[in-house]
Design a binder for this molecule. Structure first.
Ligand SMILES: Cc1cc2nc3c(=O)[nH]c(=O)nc-3n(C[C@H](O)[C@H](O)[C@H](O)COP(=O)(O)O)c2cc1C
Length: 188
């Protein structure tokens, strides 16, 4: 089995909904397990692991997810990212597969800056980055991000938004990421 952890922050539940849709796509891939980790609870036990850090270390792939706040990752996500510096020193995430997603209120809203920050985080950890792989066909990937997943939500509750097309794009990204991790692990 390959294992993937989705390390996300969500202030108001929209990015959490995206994380769950990505996880649904991953879970549909044979031979992959997926754990959803709220990075503000990374010190707490999760599943069979004593902490989120242990779950992350045991993973073959890690997806980073954050809302875009003021043109970048949210402060809680950045706190998590900064606290990986010891892992960076020890190169403990080297060659894990990585990808990223962000949700924001505008169609663009500077999501590209956030995705670039997530990519740079993965690159500093010497990880293997997986791009979105979902075309903008007028419905899916309507915001046209390719570096990672960039979804949009309206100013309404997470029960209503992001919409079905955004969640479908999220699920397709999950499938692609799960398959990529499987290939990487199989070839090891
Ligand atoms: C502090 C703050 C900053 C924000 N900055 C942006 C921004 O730069 N671009 C944008 O499109 N939306 C921005 N938004 C809107 C959020 O990205 C949007 O509400 C998103 O759905 C929040 O996700 P969450 O529910 O997972 O926290 C901002 C919201 C907050 C609270």
């Amino acid at each position: 089995m390959s294992s993937i952890t989705i390390a996300y922050h969500s202030g108001y539940g929209h990015t959490k909904k995206v994380a769950e849709a990505v996880a649904g796509g991953i879970a549909s891939v044979t031979g992959v397990t997926v754990t959803i980790l709220d990075v503000t609870k990374v010190e707490e036990p999760i599943g069979e692991f004593a902490s989120g850090w242990e779950a992350l270390q045991a993973s073959d792939g890690i997806l980073f997810g954050t809302p875009t706040y003021m043109a970048g990752p949210s402060a809680p996500f950045k706190t998590f990212a900064d606290s990986t510096v010891k892992i960076w020193f020890e190169r403990k995430w080297k060659d894990k597969v990585a990808g990223g997603f962000t949700n924001s209120g505008s169609n663009a809203g500077d999501k590209g800056s956030t995705l670039s920050a997530l990519f740079a985080l993965a690159a500093q950890h010497e990880m293997i980055w997986v791009t979105l792989g979902v075309r903008n066909d007028g419905t899916t990937n309507k915001n046209g991000y390719y570096q990672g997943l960039g979804t949009q939500s309206d100013n309404a509750s997470p029960e209503e938004t992001p919409n079905a097309a955004e969640l479908d794009t999220s699920s397709q990204f999950g499938v692609r990421f799960g398959e990529a991790v499987n290939r990487w692990v199989k070839g090891a």
